[in-house]
Design a protein. Structure first.
Length: 322
């Protein structure tokens, strides 16, 4: 009897909590997902998927804004200094969330004070090359980069982004030196890679997979411990005896400092409910992403762990951006 009473009490408590957490209204003004990179990239695509799916559940409009520049810092600062009422959120890859404070001597915001809402998903980075580069495999690229040190160019999403740091990982692992060409996001970098204006790009699979399948660029290796389900014929760097080449790009939604736990809970519930929808799972899978549904607390712990990892990469590669 006591056990039944206990179960009933837990059920009531869960019901009250669930309804209380959903009873909080966000301010009656547009909700903005700010993407600190150019339109057309993965972060932008994810923000637009979320906005489209969340919009019918709210009284407010939901819009996506691209505020680009300085490795994501311009858009991030805008969100960081916004009213912490849950209506202005950053949708971004790790740069302005977990990396940039180790790269830039002076930032106008403090990434350690972000309040994580949710992790949307993750995808491995990969080595992508121009069709005109005279290599046919990752092994050939590794050898070619050693022979032609300081001659091969590589694009990045911008200074200090995971694509930049993954290239630095490669340089440390192989002893080669590549020439860095920073862009403002995935889209312009891939455009130039497809046009052979740049030789290589260590970007996430989801950004490059469409061009790879269209034979406009070539993905040669995956920077993960296992092969990607979306391109299972492509080897990992670990298979090529470069186990330290492990770089996964993730995408998170974070809120400004001062946002209340109740608002974070409401936002997390909205995003989690969206990520569980079958058509959303399909869309993210087509982008090569693994969905990472979880609580705000789990997102906080994950970001803390990733921050430690990328800060070590920055120190080991001696990367500083003035």
């Amino acid at each position: 009897m006591k056990n039944k009473i206990f179960k009933f009490t837990c059920l009531i408590a869960t019901f009250v909590f669930f309804n209380t957490s959903h009873a909080i209204d966000l301010p009656n003004k547009p909700i903005r997902f700010v993407v600190p990179f150019a339109a057309g990239g993965t972060a932008d695509a994810l923000a637009r998927i979320l906005a489209e799916k969340i919009r019918p559940n709210l009284k407010q409009t939901v819009i996506v804004e691209n505020r680009i520049g300085a490795g994501g810092n311009i858009g991030a600062e805008f969100v960081f200094r916004s009213e912490p009422d849950g209506t202005t959120l950053l949708v971004s890859s790790p740069g302005p969330i977990a990396i940039n404070h180790g790269l830039y001597p002076k930032l106008t915001f403090d990434p350690t004070k972000w309040l994580p809402v949710a992790i949307i998903g993750s995808v491995p980075n990969a080595l992508v090359v121009s069709n005109k580069l005279p290599v046919n495999s990752a092994s050939e690229f590794i050898n070619y980069s050693k022979i032609n040190s300081e001659k091969i160019t590589y694009a990045s999403q911008g200074n200090g982004t995971t694509s930049h740091l993954t290239a630095k990982m490669f340089e440390v692992a192989t002893g080669s030196t590549l020439i860095h060409i920073p862009y403002k996001g995935d889209s312009p970098a891939l455009t130039d890679l497809a046009g052979s204006q740049v030789d290589s790009f260590f970007t996430n699979i989801s950004a490059a997979i469409a061009l790879h399948k269209a034979s406009k660029v070539r993905i040669l290796a995956v920077a993960d411990s296992k092969r990607s389900a979306s391109i299972p014929d492509i080897p990992t760097f670990a298979e090529l005896n470069l186990p330290t080449m492990n770089a996964v790009t993730w995408y998170a939604v974070v809120a400004p400092p001062g946002t209340s736990p109740q608002v974070l809970q409401v936002l997390n519930s909205l995003i989690s409910d969206t990520l569980r929808q079958s058509d959303v799972k399909r869309q993210l899978s087509e982008l090569g992403l693994d969905v990472m549904d979880g609580t705000s607390d789990q997102a906080t712990r994950f970001i803390r762990s990733e921050t430690d990892k990328w800060q070590k990469v920055i120190r080991d590669a001696k990367v500083i951006i003035e």
